[in-house]
Design a protein around this ligand. Structure first.
Ligand SMILES: NC(=O)c1ccc[n+]([C@@H]2O[C@H](COP(=O)([O-])OP(=O)(O)OC[C@H]3O[C@@H](n4cnc5c(N)ncnc54)[C@H](OP(=O)(O)O)[C@@H]3O)[C@@H](O)[C@H]2O)c1
Length: 434
């Protein structure tokens, strides 16, 4: 049985998970393919200290990725280094040497993936990137092939496991964000610099890629409105529960009359919606199609083995093509060519809103806030106030009927000037279309 030879650059979380699966699941993989995948070479800066499974003890070990990429014995290069730096050079060199590439790199594929695909096609090789978004959920395959016959109208996702872990722990235990974040950092669930996770940037890069596949437009992360979870506190969950909602960092791409509106932001979602049941570090993607209607995908968003499965499955797909040929390659972006995306402002969208205030109490506050809302033609829906001992830092919530985000932004900007507010109002959309 002739083998297909793989070279792996990067032996960190994903690289080591990939190697372990290739070794431990080798027989199953061979049964499915009809031939074996052999790891011919591995590379990382500290390759000599890395444990390589016995099955691949004969693999070439190098600290220089150029040795691996130019090795005539390597047919597919797995780029598992990450980032926008050397990873780009590795992929470019692999394409130049006419080797197919499997990558888990969302930054690189999000910023210049379509151009890399163009080069790959011209070189006659394949490029696969299933692991780049929602590690353990085969969402690329779904959008590229499984439901490619549909026309996607909306995509909602929980795409960052760390922020979802923090929010769901806050909801369960009532502890503040800082306490849960510190624990998550100790357990290794969150980075020392947590900004990418809790400020929404990681989720935004992932949404940019998924929206490109779903809607066929080249979307840059910077085109997407982003707001993180830093301002969410346990009291927001208590108020949300009173309203029969919960709070999640929701990634949304929605086709509207004005165009495709994209956002990553904390939002109130009904407790009854399936997205509300996504707990801990799990990810989920909900796709709405014009014809097939709703489909929902759920699983681990990261981790060596779940992400390793995505990498190995891509290696198998590409290896099959090397062995048996393929009459037609499917673009990893699900469209032969991506269109140019003209960003549409989230201020155009309409929604009900949750407005949470912290005030130094005095008579007439509610009348003043209601007056500002009325001046923007915003109708008040309800006022909620938990019992509170102190008058110096009194929280309460106003919910408003569906209105344009622009009106809410204008009202919040005006309210933020009021001297009795302890901080600017927190405004969260209440998602109803889920
Ligand atoms: N972690 C996850 O669960 C997850 C999930 C989905 C996608 N991803 C993506 O998967 C990719 C890898 O992530 P990771 O978490 O596995 O990263 P990681 O643990 O930091 O591993 C990176 C690896 O790349 C190697 N490396 C860095 N610079 C190199 C160079 N110049 N030459 C050779 N090797 C080099 C490192 O070598 P040394 O070991 O010698 O330092 C290390 O082995 C990223 O694109 C990430 O976004 C990760």
């Amino acid at each position: 049985m002739e083998e297909v030879n793989v070279g792996i650059v990067g032996l960190g979380n994903v690289g080591s998970g990939t190697l372990a699966i290739l070794a431990e699941n080798a027989d199953q993989i061979a049964l499915k393919l009809g031939f074996r995948l052999r790891v011919a070479a591995v590379c990382s800066r500290s390759v000599q200290e890395r444990a390589i499974p016995q099955a691949f003890a004969a693999a070439r070990r190098t600290t220089n990725w150029r040795d691996l990429v130019t090795d005539p014995g390597v047919q597919i290069v797995a780029e598992l280094v990450g980032g926008n730096g050397v990873a780009g050079d590795i992929i470019d060199a692999a394409i130049a040497h006419r080797k197919s590439v499997v990558t888990a790199n969302k930054e690189l594929m999000g910023s210049c993936g379509p151009e890399i695909w163009d080069r790959a096609i011209r070189a006659g090789i394949n490029l696969a990137m299933e692991a780049s978004v929602c590690g353990g959920i085969p969402i690329h395959a779904v959008l590229r092939e499984g439901i490619s016959g549909d026309r996607v109208t909306a995509l909602h996702g929980i795409l960052n496991g760390t922020s979802n872990y923090i929010l769901t722990e806050m909801e369960k235990r009532g502890d503040p964000l800082d306490t849960i974040l510190a624990e998550a950092q100790k357990l290794g669930y969150a980075e020392a610099d947590p900004s990418a996770d809790i400020d929404g940037f990681d989720a935004r890069s992932k949404l940019a890629l998924l929206a490109a596949l779903a809607f066929g437009e080249k979307i840059l992360p910077s085109d997407i409105f982003v707001e993180g979870i830093r301002r969410i506190s346990p009291m927001d969950f208590r108020y949300a529960h009173t309203l029969e909602h919960t709070i999640r960092l929701v990634c949304t791409a929605r086709q509207t009359h004005d165009g495709l509106i994209l956002s990553v932001r904390p939002a109130l979602i009904p407790q009854s919606t399936i997205l509300a049941s996504v707990q801990g570090a799990y990810n989920a993607v909900w796709v709405k199609g014009a014809f097939g209607q709703d489909t929902f995908y759920y699983g681990r968003g990261a981790g060596p083995k779940p992400t390793g499965v995505a990498v190995v499955s891509d290696l198998m797909r590409v290896a099959r093509e090397i062995r048996f040929g393929s009459p037609e390659r499917v673009s990893p972006f699900a469209h032969e060519r991506l269109g140019e995306y003209k960003p549409v402002s989230v201020t155009l969208q309409k929604s009900a809103y949750y407005l949470r205030f912290r005030v130094s109490d005095r008579p007439g506050i509610l009348a003043l806030l209601a007056g500002i809302l009325a001046s923007k033609h915003i109708s008040l829906e309800s006022v909620l106030q938990e019992p509170c001992d102190t008058k110096h830092d009194l929280p309460f919530v106003i919910t408003v009927e569906p209105t344009s985000e622009q009106s809410v932004c204008d009202a919040v900007a005006e309210m933020a000037q009021l001297d009795f507010l302890r901080e600017p109002p927190l405004a969260l959309p209440m998602e109803t279309g889920l």
